[in-house]
Design a protein around this ligand. Structure first.
Ligand SMILES: [Zn+2]
Length: 79
């Protein structure tokens, strides 16, 4: 191992530790989110041989990204 490699390895490890710490802090902050800005989202999955197409609807917080429970609506069409 070269001294450069050892130095780089230390830098990477240290940075990864910092990121992990920040992720914990971020999680903690997100857990306090009151979800005041929520947008309605939907996603369509087309039908296949055995299942009909369906659209999923849910609400998602624009700040923390938390999703409400998904409601599904089938369009009754096979692919
Ligand atoms: Zn939120």
């Amino acid at each position: 191992m070269t001294p450069e490699y050892i130095k780089l390895k230390l830098q990477i490890k240290r940075k990864m530790k910092t990121i992990a710490k920040h992720q914990l802090l971020l999680q903690d902050l997100k857990s306090q989110c009151p979800h005041e800005e929520v947008v309605a989202k939907e996603s369509y999955v087309s039908g296949g041989y055995l299942n009909t197409g369906e659209t999923s609807y849910w609400n998602e917080c624009t700040l923390c990204g938390k999703r409400s429970e998904i409601t599904r609506k089938s369009d009754g069409m096979f692919g």
